[in-house]
Write a protein that binds this ligand. Structure first.
Ligand code: CA
Length: 237
């Protein structure tokens, strides 16, 4: 049996949120929840989940802003927006900013579950041909190469591409060597040396032109693992 899917829900209306949480839980999903924009955005960029249900009208940080952050840091993460009747402009804006689908309140639990399943079906394994900027240029997963601002380029091996992809998809979250072995190498981490990961990371840093003693792109998080630097929109350079 596949592991349960995890849904993150950010919704400030507690009646609606609890209703959705119960329904998802009953249908076998794992649920992470937040009732406001600040903690919601943190969860959205740091936690591991399969789909985000995002209310647009939220206290502290508006849903559309969270959507923009998620699209920037986790471009392939499926998002369904929850909108109120009459918020058509927001809905259109949300879709144009990359939401995968929307539901209009009040909605039935059945409808919501059907949308969640449909979006998960559609987005699972969707091609990830996205390009990412990094400090010294562009990272292109489709061509599996790094293009530097000075006009030169470097190829990535298949494994390097997969490893980077996993780190970038989970940017802002420190990922343990065990998780990398299990997810990228598909090896049971028990009893396997993690040295091979450290060597791959060192090579990637070289290709990223990331200083090994003070990396700014591919960070070492002491005691936790490695992390692709998440650049929040409001972060000061
Ligand atoms: Ca709301």
């Amino acid at each position: 049996m596949p592991p349960p899917r995890t849904i993150l829900i950010i919704e400030d209306d507690s009646a609606i949120r609890c209703g959705i949480v119960d329904a998802l839980d009953f249908s076998g999903y794992q649920v992470i929840e937040s009732a406001e924009g600040g903690s919601g955005r943190l969860l959205a960029i740091e936690r591991d989940y399969d789909l985000l249900l995002l209310d647009l009208g939220l206290p502290n940080i508006p849903g559309l802003e969270i959507l923009r952050t998620v699209r920037k840091l986790r471009p392939s993460k499926p998002v369904i927006i929850l909108t109120a009747q009459g918020e058509e402009a927001d809905r259109v804006q949300g879709l144009s900013e990359g939401a995968d689908d929307y539901v209009v309140k009040p909605f039935s639990v059945k409808e919501l579950l059907a949308r969640v399943e449909a979006v998960l079906r559609r987005t699972t394994g969707r091609p990830l041909s996205v390009q990412f900027n990094f400090e010294h240029g562009v990272l292109d997963f489709e061509r599996r190469e790094l293009r530097y601002r000075d006009g030169t380029r470097t190829e990535l091996s298949e494994r390097e591409g997969e490893l980077l992809r996993y780190l970038v998809d989970n940017s802002g979250r420190a990922i343990s060597r065990d998780e990398l072995l299990a997810s990228v190498w598909q090896l049971n981490p028990k009893g396997i040396s993690t040295r091979t990961i450290d060597m791959h990371i060192a090579r990637l840093r070289e290709k990223l032109r990331d200083a090994p003693e003070r990396p700014t792109t591919l960070l070492t998080v002491r005691g936790k693992g490695y992390m692709w630097m998440a650049q929040l929109p409001e972060a000061n350079e």
